[in-house]
Design a protein around this ligand. Structure first.
Ligand code: URA
Length: 205
């Protein structure tokens, strides 16, 4: 069963590496499809690969990744047990923010990764990742507060890179990782949010 899921992830990786759905494929060294075990209970979703990720084809291997490793360790979570992906899989030039058409073009890959892994907890790192689940929210309001929507618990956090650029965010991010630990231990209970109605239900026909 798990072998099938690994194979399904590998099939996505092959499609991502060959992808030309948006213009970012032109400048990439490597696409960065995602990494981690198919049976992970926690999935981290960042924004986009940076320089080092583009060089290596792996997520969170640069400065933000180093901080992510430290935060995981403090929370008692082993990096090799979590799945790590990004909203977009190719590096935007100069690390600019992802464009809406790039996010849209890449969305099916991330949706499929979530469907295969079915993590218990989805940790969104940064605004772009949060916006997939909560497009109308502000990260300054919702960070560190787990919410159960349908079958998943979403846990919005600031992006680790934001804590590198803005030292005042560092202790906030550290506290949110401790809250993630509490969620995993069952001492922090997620707020239940009603699932949005299925698209079909919105249809007039
Ligand atoms: N920042 C991200 O959002 N993703 C990475 O993979 C690396 C840095």
């Amino acid at each position: 069963m798990n072998g099938n899921r690994e194979q399904a992830l590998e099939a996505i990786y092959a499609r991502v590496r060959a992808c030309s759905r948006c213009s970012l494929h032109v400048g990439r060294t490597h696409a960065v499809p995602g990494a981690g075990p198919a049976n992970a209970t926690i999935m981290f979703i960042g924004e986009a690969p940076g320089f080092h990720e583009d060089q290596q084809g792996l997520p969170f291997v640069g400065a933000a990744g180093k901080l992510l490793n430290e935060l995981l360790e403090k929370a008692g979570i082993e990096r090799n047990t979590v799945y790590i992906s990004n909203v977009i899989k190719c590096r935007p030039p100069g690390n600019r923010e992802p464009a809406p058409e790039e996010v849209e073009a890449c969305a099916p890959y991330l949706d499929q990764q979530i469907d295969i892994i079915k993590p218990k907890v989805i940790v969104t790192l940064g605004r772009y990742s949060m916006a997939r689940a909560f497009p109308d929210e502000k990260i300054s309001v919702v960070h560190g507060k787990p919410r159960k929507v349908g079958e998943y618990i979403y846990f919005p956090m600031y992006h680790p890179a934001a804590a590198l650029h803005q030292p005042s965010l560092r202790s906030i991010v550290e506290t949110d990782f401790i809250r993630l630990r509490e969620l995993l231990d069952g001492t922090l209970v997620p707020e239940e949010i009603a699932s949005p109605p299925a698209i079909e239900q919105l249809s007039l026909f």
